[in-house]
Design a protein around this ligand. Sequence first.
Ligand code: GDP
Length: 298
Amino acid sequence: MFENLNERLERSFKILKGEGKITEINVAETLKDVRRALLDADVNYKVAKTFTDTVKQKALGMNVLTAIKPGELMVKVVHDELAALMGGKATEMKLESTPGHPAVILMAGLNGAGKTTMSGKLALMLKSKQHRKPLLAACDTFRPAAMEQLRVLAEQVAVPCYIEEGATNPVAVAKAAINHARLNGNDIVIIDTAGRQSIDEELMVQIRDIKDAVNPDETLLVIDAMIGQEAVTTAKTFNDRLEIDGVILTKLDGDTRGGAALSVRAVVDKPIKFIGTGEKMEAFDVFHPERMADRILG
Ligand code: GDP
């Protein structure tokens, strides 16, 4: 991931690293290159512009023109601003449960984004790392195959799964799953919901109904990082309708250019909480903006 961006940024800093004495023009040229590299990596236009404007202001404020190693100072400013752009610090989920009152995570997203896979990954992480007792709830009543997929994943990670064969009302299934968790000592319910090929009104109404009925502690939007600029539109639409608490970016193991990771936070002001880095249940990580910035700058 980010190979292109990484290479392009490295090239942008070459001038500053080579010059004995640098001028404001050198800085401006470098930042123009940085902006182009960000745009080519599918970063949203406004985000890229604000980013380079901020970097310029900070770099000049730190007297980059008279610095002994202007190139290195510039890389540091860009690094810190990249991390800030992605949210600064890792953001945890707030999952408070009391006996008989499980915490609820609502998973939302378009078809193929990786919702069902991520539901399994989250369940595994909560069970093995946080010693919680999650229950997976199959509420994609739109596609029976999705329910079966969740059942198989649940078996793989050895977490119970609530399914109602032939059910057609996801709100009823979600409520029944929470009740089932209450009675069986599960302290977290992860609700996998239906997606669509693209955003449509029916989907938005359905997922809003589920949210209103179960009042989740965390509403997480799963986005495929490979969809580039579309990721921002998807995040914005879901957030406007559903008030999400965070984003999960999947498929960061592919050759994604990185735009989604860099733009989502700035556009919807919601943190990226987790990333998916493969199809296996273990291919999952907390999103650390600092580490991602390290990676982008190589
Ligand atoms: P859903 O329709 O949103 O529930 O998406 P699925 O969970 O069914 O995932 C769609 C496809 O993407 C499946 O083939 C998954 O194995 C794959 N997938 C999910 N997450 C990742 C990931 O982080 N990396 C890769 N390479 N594939 C993933």
